[in-house]
Design a protein around this ligand. Structure first.
Ligand SMILES: [Zn+2]
Ligand SMILES: [Zn+2]
Length: 176
């Protein structure tokens, strides 16, 4: 089991989607453009407001799966997300490395995105355990993450949050 391979796969897309800043009204388009390796060439990335809303719903569902505190809760939320997916996987080496894409190549952006994150997230949960999903312990962060460390010891969403918290703890010790 090689946790390092998580980095390049669909679960990272799911985590990015769950952590995206949804305050910017153009966030869906920005997100789709930033992750264009997942979409079939020529997929329209200018969405209607209803489609934007569907992407927002997917983002919220991924976050709920990551925040779930028990296996029954994870299953309920994961199944709600999977119900929105229309998987039809295919193998591709478009970037030089053989990997799977999960949605019909001719599906619209919403279907490609929702299907990809639902499949990526559920594979990690089923293969490695729902405890691998967590929420950042840094004060004021709230980002979710997938723990790819060998001993499942991760507590922060990023190195930035990790070092920020280490510095804060160090200062707190200095004060006392
Ligand atoms: Zn790809
Ligand atoms: Zn964080």
């Amino acid at each position: 089991m090689d946790y390092d391979t998580y980095g390049s796969n669909a679960v990272e897309l799911a985590i990015d989607l769950a952590n995206v800043d949804r305050a910017d009204p153009t966030w869906v388009h920005t997100f789709l453009v930033a992750h264009d390796e997942w979409w079939t060439e020529g997929t329209a990335l200018e969405l209607t407001s209803a489609e934007d809303e569907a992407v927002g719903q997917t983002s919220a569902l991924v976050r709920e799966v990551a925040l779930a505190g028990s296996q029954p809760e994870v299953m309920t939320r994961l199944n709600a997300l999977l119900a929105l997916a229309s998987p039809r996987p295919y193998a591709t080496d478009h970037d030089g490395e053989l990997h799977l894409h999960y949605a019909r190549p001719d599906a619209g952006a919403v279907e490609q995105l929702t299907t990809t994150v639902a499949m990526g997230l559920s594979q990690v949960v089923v293969q490695h355990g729902w405890q691998r999903l967590g929420v950042c312990s840094a004060e004021g962060c709230g980002n979710v993450y997938v723990d790819t460390s060998r001993n499942a010891s991760r507590r922060y969403c990023s190195n930035t949050c990790s070092s920020r918290s280490t510095v804060a703890a160090y200062r707190a010790r200095q004060r006392t």
